[in-house]
Design a binder for this molecule. Sequence first.
Ligand SMILES: Cc1cc2nc3c(=O)[nH]c(=O)nc-3n(C[C@H](O)[C@H](O)[C@H](O)COP(=O)(O)O)c2cc1C
Ligand SMILES: [Fe+2]
Ligand SMILES: [Fe+2]
Length: 418
Amino acid sequence: MQNSMNKTNEEPIEIAPNIFFIGVFDPNIRTFDIIMKTANGSSYNAYLIKTNEGVVILDGVKLEFQDIFFQKVEKLCTYNEIKYVISHHLEPDHAGSIPELIKRAPQAKVLISPQATAMLKAITHNENIDFETVWTNKSLKMGDKTIKFLTTPYLHWPETMSSYVQENKLLFSGDVFGSHYHDRRLFNDLVGDFHYSFKYYYDHIMRPFKSYVLNAITLYDKLEIDLIATLHGPILRDNPKKYIDYYRKWSQNSYKLSSNGKKTLSIFYLTSYKNTQDMAEAIYEGAESVDGIIANVYDLASIEESNMINILEDSDGILIGSPTINADAPKPVWELLSCMMLLEKKGKLGSAFGSYGWSGEAVDMIIHRLKSLNFRVPPIENIKIKLIPTEEELQDCYDFGVEFSHILNGKIIEMTMN
Ligand SMILES: Cc1cc2nc3c(=O)[nH]c(=O)nc-3n(C[C@H](O)[C@H](O)[C@H](O)COP(=O)(O)O)c2cc1C
Ligand SMILES: [Fe+2]
Ligand SMILES: [Fe+2]
């Protein structure tokens, strides 16, 4: 059977006057960037603008699909008509075809963000590319089109940017507002219901950069937008503002239903013989005795990953309790910590505690990991207890909960660097 992925007779699609979709569809991809499942594939969206002063290409596609991309380019122009290549994002799903494009159109100037300079060299291995860096308030006038650049870093790489065609009120957003959702009908008012995919994409790609999403939205809010041309999935022409508002809501909102302005401390533990659990409960009692703190205790043996992520996101501080098993912390502890990959880590306070039998490595390993994840780990003595905690040791746990909570409340202590 002929694989639809190999279709070569696809035509460019005009999405606004003289602005064309020249991207490619990848219905067979099932995992994206290791961390995302893509149940019905995706697309790598690229665009071409034709003017009477020449052609602008916006982004490219994955290397393995570049033949289809170039066939589409050739249906619209000759390579020597290409004056500019705008690259909003240099991840290989969009930049894979850039080196070959530069070879075919060596006169074209590549426009990138300043942060992309070193990356462009690292993906092309070509020191002689004619490129220029652009940022907010810079623009490019070509024939009847004015393209304004917007600096939107960390969505989701440091070099990402967006651009806006003034005459058509068209935002080229980059990866922002994308979906890994393959549907050749292309426009949001024609494709199937891709809501799940739009949210899933946000959760996995943009959620760790929430504050950058909000910064970008302040730029987008200044524009009148009729159409958002994303780098993946449907182009948003029906009510594009709705999608910006979703991102705004998800990025502003914590999932907290109520915290009464108090700081949230989440205490996670694992236990085999209840020793670490008893410690967790004593720490909880100590924390709860401090005004302005809401503490909760969670058994890591019985928690769903999605709940873990939401709890972590809403926690101002976290404490992780683990016994040492075979000179390590057991897997659920590392699973908890690996969820941090999907979250913004700024400013969270963390530490660890646990019971052990003889060597007690787990607590130090967790603390080391928390520091590498940029948690603030206060230099109060962490709590390791040999086997069954005594009453006195449980009192130490209580005191630890009190002290950690005071620090969470803003008590000034000297923080040492890693
Ligand atoms: C399979 C197994 C392996 C263990 N390995 C270690 C170890 O490498 N180092 C250590 O200090 N304690 C080790 N321990 C001892 C536990 O850390 C200790 O029993 C602890 O009190 C258990 O706390 P819990 O009741 O919270 O699970 C091991 C215990 C078990 C059951
Ligand atoms: Fe990307
Ligand atoms: Fe992408």
